[in-house]
Structures are given as structure tokens and as C-alpha cells.
Write a protein that binds this ligand. Structure first.
Ligand code: NAP
Length: 307
């Protein structure tokens, strides 16, 4: 009999992950608050449950892919949630990006109820979720990791057990500050190139071949140059993640000056109404600061006198 998985949260990431688990031979019952988002899972042969309890009641493994700590807390500890409805001994894999301390507390609450919970946040974006090539950073007990491995390998390519509960979320916080800083600097490079009249495409081709090359540059340059900001990864979620990183650093006296600055810049994008756009839209802020924003789209060469 194939392992039964109850999957809660079929959004941008959760939907393709649930589809890939079903395609890998697991039996997936998914629940999403907005029912229409269950369609892809159903088309792949999975089942759409009408409630969290219905999705997880028979499940050997419960997977969560939700936005933030309060969402995971309510789904795990709330009425009709995981602690109430899971069968004894079930394994809970939380793929969401949440606070490390929240992950640790939830794993302890699960253990008190005879459940094992892993924090297993992912990196690789929507493309990684669709292609089942996510990087997955796992915190929790080693025995839980062993039990989870075949599921993690069905959605991810690089799967690493990084330590006890909460460690996966700490690694994800580190990941997110690197990604934000990288996008910001690619955006700044593009604005510099445009203002100095250099073709950004040719420039980024050569930059990509040197030390400054990165996955961010490969994956995000086209969207940044074309101003195609359909998410992907919403700026509002990246704002949440930098808040997590800054708070986690503060707790242990780690001083991260550039992360602090990135936190301010990303919060600014959300405050000005860009929170629903992909994080590549950080370039809009950089362009505005340089006087080549929306009012002067496709600025090309601005002229030597302004450079
Ligand atoms: P998303 O598209 O907003 O999906 C979140 C899903 O959770 C939605 O389907 C939503 O249901 C559901 N949900 C929200 N609050 C809920 C609650 N309180 N109870 C039950 N269901 C709830 O977000 P996403 O982009 O998939 O991101 C999910 C997580 O993955 C986040 O922690 C994010 O930081 C992380 N992540 C995202 C990416 C990326 O590229 N997108 C990459 C790596 C990691 P509704 O449809 O009803 O709103």
C-alpha cells in the first residue's frame, strides 16, 4: 500500500509539490482554503479534501506549505488541526518558511502528542517546485529524517539534514538573506548598465560567466529586464523572511548590516504596494531611486550628462 500523504496549502509551491508526490506513487489528499487551487492535484490523480481534518485523518505523513508562522501554528494546534486529527505516530513535514523558534515549539507540541515533526523549508522557487529540484534543509530528529527521505527526494534534488528542530529554518533564513542581497545587486547592476548606455543583455552574458554569475542572475534577469513581475516568490513573503532572519540574528547577537539594509528596502517595496509582485521587482525601487522608474519605461541610454 502506498504511503498516504495529507497536503495542506496548495499555493504556488504546494500545488506542484503535491502533484509531484502523487506522480511519484504516493496517495495524496490535499486541502486548500480556496478550493480552486486543488484542481492541479485532482487532475494528477490526487484527492481534494474539504477540510484539514479530512485531508490528514488517514495520513501516514502530513505535509504543510503555508505562508507564515501563525498559519502553521493554527493549522497544527487549532481546532480540527494536526494535533487533533492526525493519526498516532504520523510524521509531519513542514515545508513552509517560518521562525526557527516557532518550528522548535511546534515540534515539541507534536512530540507531546506522539507525532514527529520536521522543519523542511525549501529553496528553488516555483521552477524548483514544478521540476522537483528543490533544495530542502531539514531540521528535526534523525529518525524522522530517515522516514521522510523518500518523500523529500520526490520533490527535491538537494536534501540535507542540518540539525535538530529549528535548524532547517535557520538555514533557510541564511538562504533568504543571500537571495535578497543577490537580487538587489543584480538590479543595481542593470540600472548602472542602462544609465551608462551599455546593453544589459550583452553585459549580463559576460558577467554570468565570471565570479559574479549566480542562479539568481540566470533565473531572474529576463523578468527584471522585461518588467515581468508575475510571482514566483512574492515580495511580501521575502519581507517576512528577512524579518525572520533579522530577529533570529538578534536573538544570538549576530550582526548582519547588509541584511538589515535589505530588510528596509524590501519593506519599502511592500509599503509602496509591490508586495504581491515577484521579488525580482526589487528593480522597480532601484530604478525609481535613479530616476528611470515607471514614468520613463525602457529608458535605454539616458545620456552621458546624466550618467
Ligand atoms: P502561496 O502561493 O500564498 O500559498 C500559500 C497557501 O497557503 C495558499 O494556498 C493559502 O490558501 C494557504 N493558506 C494561507 N494561510 C492559511 C491558513 N491560515 N490556513 C490554511 N491555509 C492557508 O505561497 P507560496 O509562494 O506557495 O509559499 C508558501 C511557503 O513557501 C511560504 O512560507 C514561502 O515563504 C515559502 N517559499 C516560497 C517560494 C516561492 O518561490 N514561492 C520559494 C521557497 C519557499 P488560499 O489559497 O486560500 O490563500
Amino acid at each position: 500500500m502506498s504511503t498516504k500523504i495529507g497536503f495542506i496549502g496548495l499555493g504556488i509551491m504546494g500545488s506542484p509539490m503535491a502533484v509531484n508526490l502523487q506522480a511519484a506513487g504516493f496517495t495524496v489528499s490535499g486541502f486548500n482554503r480556496t478550493p480552486a487551487k486543488s484542481a492541479a492535484l485532482v487532475a494528477a490523480g490526487g484527492r481534494a479534501a474539504q477540510s484539514i481534518a479530512e485531508a490528514i485523518t488517514d495520513a501516514d505523513v502530513i505535509a504543510l506549505m503555508l505562508p507564515d508562522s501563525p498559519d502553521v501554528e493554527i493549522v497544527v494546534t487549532g481546532p480540527g488541526g494536526v494535533l487533533e486529527a492526525a493519526k498516532p505516530g504520523a510524521l509531519v513535514i513542514d515545508f513552509s518558511t517560518i521562525r526557527p523558534d516557532a518550528a522548535k515549539a511546534l515540534a515539541a507540541a507534536c512530540a507531546d502528542h506522539g507525532l514527529t515533526m520536521l522543519d523542511a523549508p525549501v529553496s528553488g522557487g516555483e521552477t524548483g517546485a514544478i521540476e522537483a529540484t528543490l533544495a530542502i534543509m531539514v531540521g528535526g530528529v534523525a529518525a524522522g529524517f530517515e522516514r521522510a527521505l523518500s518523500i523529500l527526494q520526490a520533490v527535491g534534488k538537494s536534501v540535507v539534514h542540518v540539525g535538530p528542530s529549528g535548524s532547517g529554518q535557520t538555514v533557510k533564513a541564511a538562504n533568504q538573506l543571500i537571495v535578497a542581497g543577490n537580487i538587489q545587486l543584480v538590479a543595481e547592476a542593470i540600472v548602472l548598465l542602462r544609465k551608462r548606455g551599455v546593453d544589459p543583455d550583452a553585459a549580463l552574458d559576460v558577467i554570468q560567466g565570471g565570479l559574479a554569475g549566480s542562479t539568481v542572475l540566470t533565473r531572474k534577469r529576463a523578468a527584471m529586464l522585461a518588467h515581468d513581475f508575475k510571482p514566483g516568490f512574492r515580495l511580501a513573503l521575502h519581507d517576512k523572511d528577512l524579518g525572520i532572519a533579522i530577529a533570529a540574528a538578534r536573538e544570538v547577537g549576530a550582526v548582519l548590516p547588509l541584511t538589515g539594509a535589505m530588510g528596509q528596502l524590501v519593506t519599502s517595496t511592500v509599503s509602496r504596494g509591490d508586495g504581491g509582485l515577484d521579488h525580482s521587482a526589487l528593480i522597480r525601487l532601484v530604478e525609481d531611486l535613479s530616476g528611470i522608474g515607471e514614468a520613463s519605461e525602457s529608458p535605454g541610454k539616458i545620456g552621458d550628462s546624466e550618467a
